[in-house]
Design a protein around this ligand. Structure first.
Ligand code: GLV
Ligand code: MG
Length: 290
């Protein structure tokens, strides 16, 4: 089964009823109802109950419902899971993971709770924040350890806190992480999703840095403000020009095959079977984005 698009993944603090309500009407493909760093310590319990209530009563339409829990080593993580699973989110986002052990612990607790509530097994998926140095070094193991895993999400703020580096416009400090994430995600057959762009007033920077990860192979990006949704959706959707070119590639290759040939020139470029697969992927994404 083909998964839903995750071009834009909007963080919404679970403690803000107003922002929760507003986010439903926005064009983000997915919502992260956040119980972790977007929520003050004093609000943790209220946020948890509010998110459960929203999961049970609000119609999210086509949007993927993701809940970011607190880590299981914190005093909140276990209660988050106990409460949230009852609301049947599509996915749980696990923060500050260091290696496969933390994923597997969440996986087994979720399995137990699905069982307890009589929900279908393995219905709830897992997404992982990549935001510690250990996570980067353990990426292949993290990406492959659980059949529930569907995405790796970069968290640049925590990552730079840990490394002592700085977030720059050119992103040279993150390039190693970003490349490793795409490779690990592709081997595991899951999504790679980029960190938010933290300056919500700088659309040019958002566009530049998002095009960069799109070109690396990323599937989408987290966003922290409604104004970031449209540019990010656009960047991760094929343009009209790309769609038309993909259609031409498929047609040209069919003609080549009819003539018993494995390659054909199109607008000066050599087309082989692999280009047809790329073109088909472009059309699949365009269709889902429409
Ligand atoms: C997000 O959680 C980040 O740390 O950047
Ligand atoms: Mg973080």
């Amino acid at each position: 089964m083909e998964r839903k698009l995750r071009r834009s993944v909007l963080y919404v603090p679970g403690s803000s009823e107003k922002m929760l309500g507003k986010s439903i009407g926005l064009d983000a493909d997915a919502l992260v109802l956040d119980l972790e760093d977007g929520v003050a310590l004093s609000q943790k319990e209220e946020a948890r109950n509010q998110v459960l209530d929203a999961l049970k009563t609000v119609d999210f339409g086509d949007k993927e419902k993701i809940v970011r829990i607190n880590g299981l080593i914190t005093e909140f993580g276990h209660a988050d899971l106990e409460t949230i699973v009852e609301g049947r989110p599509d996915s749980i986002l696990i923060p500050k993971v260091n290696g496969p052990a933390e994923m597997l612990e969440v996986d087994s607790i979720v399995a137990h709770l699905e069982n307890k509530h009589d929900f279908p097994q393995d219905e709830i998926k897992l997404m992982v924040m990549v935001e510690t140095p250990a996570a980067v070094l353990n990426l292949p193991a993290i990406a492959n350890c659980s059949a529930r895993a569907t995405a790796l999400c970069f968290g640049a703020a925590d990552f730079m806190k840990e490394t002592g580096g700085r977030i720059t416009r050119g992103r040279s400090e993150a390039l190693f992480v970003l490349t490793q994430m795409v490779l690990a995600a592709r081997v595991a057959g899951i999504d790679a999703i980029d960190t938010p762009y933290f300056n919500i007033k700088d659309e040019e920077g958002l566009v530049e840095t998002t095009e960069m990860v799109r070109d690396l192979g990323f599937d989408g990006r987290c966003v922290i403000h409604p104004s970031q949704i449209e540019p990010v959706n656009r960047i991760f959707s094929p343009s009209q020009e790309e769609i038309e070119y993909a259609q031409k590639v498929i047609k040209a290759y069919q003609e080549a095959e009819a003539l018993g040939r494995g390659t054909i020139a199109l607008e000066g470029e050599l087309i082989e079977a692999l280009h047809v697969e790329v073109a088909q992927r472009v059309l699949r994404i365009a269709e889902r984005a429409a």
